[in-house]
Design a protein around this ligand. Structure first.
Ligand SMILES: C[S@@+](CC[C@H](N)C(=O)[O-])C[C@H]1O[C@@H](n2cnc3c(N)ncnc32)[C@H](O)[C@@H]1O
Length: 219
């Protein structure tokens, strides 16, 4: 198991949150057939209903992906980060912790489910990282369509999978050359994968670990 921030208050908080995430179940999800689940994961029109049904589920990045996010943000000395899909804030905590160690910066995160936004804010405040994070409440297709930093260093795509390409379009003009995009569970977004893996499109992209697509903006 990958463990970050050993013996720090953040490590205890993350352990507690990962444990809570593991034990939370969703009767709504259990009631869906596998086929229906897969269909909804690919849907560009029913994502709000789908994720509203799952509002109690944490669906966090894995511990490994959390560590990867921290590592990438530190190694690139990221100052401007954008996140699609906050949920209860587990990935957000990793990214904000890296910003703190980098000397400060700004993380714009996006989540439409109000109860999740509230809980994520509480977790960030508990970690003393809330001053670095702006959680924009609402559909990211709207909330990330304005007010972005000129030079984004790092992006996490972890909201509705079918929207990865649309969110990339919103961010594209703001991604600095050398910016990194981490897309979690991108297998559910074949359109996005085809786009970032295609030659001569300005990206270099490869699958990384079990569930991440890691993409570099070339120019
Ligand atoms: C997989 S979870 C994110 C997990 C989070 N990154 C973490 O590691 O804890 C996906 C989240 O994205 C949110 N979401 C999905 N589509 C969205 C959209 N279009 N705009 C804003 N939030 C969205 C869902 O409500 C859900 O909480």
């Amino acid at each position: 198991m990958t463990t970050l921030f050993t013996d720090s208050p953040l490590s205890s908080l993350l352990n507690r949150l990962f444990a809570q995430a593991e034990t939370t179940t969703s009767p709504a999800l259990a009631a869906l057939s596998r086929e229906e689940r897969v269909r909804l994961m690919h849907s560009k029109t029913e994502y709000l209903q789908f994720y509203s049904q799952l509002k109690d589920l944490w669906l966090p990045v894995s511990r490994e992906t959390g560590a990867l996010l921290y590592l990438l943000a530190r190694s690139t000395r990221a100052r401007n980060i954008v996140e699609f899909g906050t949920s209860f804030g587990i990935s957000t905590l990793h990214l904000a912790a890296a910003l703190r160690e980098n000397g400060g910066g700004r993380l714009i995160s996006s989540e439409f489910e109000p109860t999740k936004v509230m809980r994520a804010r509480e977790h960030l405040a508990e970690a003393g990282l809330d001053d670095l994070v702006e959680i924009r409440e609402g559909d990211a297709l709207k909330t990330l369509s304005h007010g972005l930093p000129e030079n984004i260093d790092l992006v996490l795509l972890d909201g509705a999978k079918a929207l990865y390409g649309d969110v990339l379009d919103l961010l594209l003009d703001h991604l600095r050359p050398g910016a990194l995009i981490v897309a979690d569970n991108a297998d559910f977004s074949p359109e996005y994968l085809a786009r970032v893996r295609a030659p001569n499109t300005g990206f270099l992209s490869l699958p990384f670990g079990n569930d991440v697509e890691l993409t570099l903006r070339l120019a």
